[in-house]
Design a protein around this ligand. Sequence first.
Ligand SMILES: *[C@@H]1O[C@H](CO)[C@@H](O)[C@H](O)[C@H]1NC(C)=O
Ligand SMILES: *[C@@H]1O[C@H](CO)[C@@H](O)[C@H](O)[C@H]1NC(C)=O
Ligand SMILES: *[C@@H]1O[C@H](CO)[C@@H](O)[C@H](O)[C@H]1NC(C)=O
Ligand SMILES: *[C@@H]1O[C@H](CO)[C@@H](O)[C@H](O)[C@H]1NC(C)=O
Length: 287
Amino acid sequence: MERLFVAGFALLLAVSFAQAKQRPPTFDENFSVMWADDHVQTTGENGSLVQLMLDRNSGSAFSTIKKYLFGFISMNLKLVPGDSAGVVTAYYLSSETDNRDELDFEFLGNRSGQPYTLQTNVYSNGKGEREQRLMLWFDPSQDFHAYSFLWNKHHIVFYVDKTPVRVHRLTSATQDVFLSKQPMRLISSIWNADGWATRGGKEKIDWSGAPFVASYAEFTVDGCDEGDAACLANTSSPWWDRPSSWELSVQEEQALGVVRSKFLIYDYCLDTNRNPSPPTECSVNPK
Ligand SMILES: *[C@@H]1O[C@H](CO)[C@@H](O)[C@H](O)[C@H]1NC(C)=O
Ligand SMILES: *[C@@H]1O[C@H](CO)[C@@H](O)[C@H](O)[C@H]1NC(C)=O
Ligand SMILES: *[C@@H]1O[C@H](CO)[C@@H](O)[C@H](O)[C@H]1NC(C)=O
Ligand SMILES: *[C@@H]1O[C@H](CO)[C@@H](O)[C@H](O)[C@H]1NC(C)=O
């Protein structure tokens, strides 16, 4: 009887081990909650749908447990629908060090029926102030769209679905402001930014619409974990580090040109009040 029990237990262990190996990592295996556990929900198959909430009491945030050094990192986001004025959803890579490196997507909410603004920024060695802002060609609160970073030793590309919306290139002129030394985590947060986000802070949050919910799915990372020397030294390069990923394709250059001419509403490189002589990287990144 006892032997049968032990055998049965061993079989159960073996089966659940096999299942654990098969199923993709869960939210808890990939991420940790940074603030407000009770404002973060995971649902869906294998906990694959994540929701961040903001109400009068709190916003919330999660981050990946691992830090990455180069790679392609992506998630699908669906932003707060309806009246989202004053609400900011930030989705970014950050080294979280004193002299931090950071790549930001920040979604600035708006009054119902008015479009979101997508702000991007690049921090290198603790210095940011490289904002660009664009309007999107779709309503980001209606459906999930992919927001991705491609990061190798040649350039950093911000993608919205398959469309590049920003490039930060490495050249001899930009080596001091390129990001290549600090591993970064993927972080997302939702918070009250009604002091500045919508029409310069004139539009306040309408709390009658709370809780404000941003949803996340399809976390993908194809890259090197911090400290994985074998990955970094890999000579049979992964796709994101092959020559074809070292620069934009002709089609991508064209698509970026369309985004800049049709959807860009602000570029620090073109802000001559703020930057009478444009920062060095502005000469190699698209104008
Ligand atoms: C959930 O896990 C099962 C394996 O246990 C897998 O077949 C399925 O594709 C997973 N679903 C999602 C949405 O990841
Ligand atoms: C966890 O990360 C892996 C990629 O490393 C991904 O395939 C899986 O879907 C992720 N799970 C969740 C719940 O995000
Ligand atoms: C909100 O909508 C107004 C009017 O369409 C627009 O000017 C503004 O850029 C939008 N975004 C924000 C964050 O204010
Ligand atoms: C090296 O890259 C190849 C191609 O992407 C991949 O199959 C292999 O797992 C990588 N090796 C290491 C150690 O990361």
